[in-house]
Design a protein around this ligand. Structure first.
Ligand SMILES: CC(C)(COP(=O)(O)OP(=O)(O)OC[C@H]1O[C@@H](n2cnc3c(N)ncnc32)[C@H](O)[C@@H]1OP(=O)(O)O)[C@@H](O)C(=O)NCCC(=O)NCCS
Length: 142
């Protein structure tokens, strides 16, 4: 996951320890996809402690050789199917304004599941430092 995050060239790369700890503590809201035994993609997420009806998706990455085949959408649908019985019916994520692939991904998942999609500013560039893009909050909900 650490390697794949770095290979995307656009995701913030967290430490190996951060990914290991994440999977240890949030296994039901995170997933990896494998193709022929090799890592093809991952999603990290959590249910918001202040509002467990929300699945907060943090990072989504797919190996660039395997993009455009529905891997990311399938991982997100897998997570949404998994949290629905526990009462989580909404998805939140943040996306930078220039990430059209990610915007298209979440728009497609909203359409597939009949969810409405809305967006509002969340974090300004100055909140995130290091020349980071701002991050808008995307909300998918019934
Ligand atoms: C964003 C990302 C995860 C998409 O993965 P993917 O497996 O290629 O996406 P999917 O094949 O599941 O596509 C899902 C939908 O998004 C659309 N989409 C995906 N990439 C797109 C692109 N570059 N341009 C336009 N639409 C795109 C697909 O057409 C599809 O829509 P459809 O069902 O209406 O045809 C992948 O491009 C990636 O890893 N990017 C780098 C990391 C990143 O930006 N992550 C997101 C921010 S956390």
């Amino acid at each position: 996951m650490h390697r794949l995050a770095g290979d995307t060239g656009v995701l913030d790369v967290n430490s190996v320890y951060a990914y290991v700890l994440w999977c240890h503590d949030f296994p039901s809201t995170s997933v990896v996809a494998e193709v022929d035994g090799e890592l093809a993609g991952f999603v990290t997420g959590y249910r918001r402690p202040a509002d467990p009806s929300v699945l907060m998706v943090w990072q989504v990455a797919v190996d660039d050789r395997l993009r455009g085949r529905g891997v990311a959408a399938r991982m997100l649908n897998h997570l949404l199917d998994g949290v629905a019985p526990g009462g989580a019916s909404r998805l939140h994520t943040t996306i930078s304004p220039d990430n059209t692939a990610s915007q298209a991904l979440f728009a497609a998942v909203a359409k597939q599941r009949g969810l409405t999609l809305s967006r509002r500013p969340l974090f300004a560039a100055t909140d995130l430092g290091d020349g980071h893009e701002p991050e808008d909050l995307y909300i998918l909900e019934p």
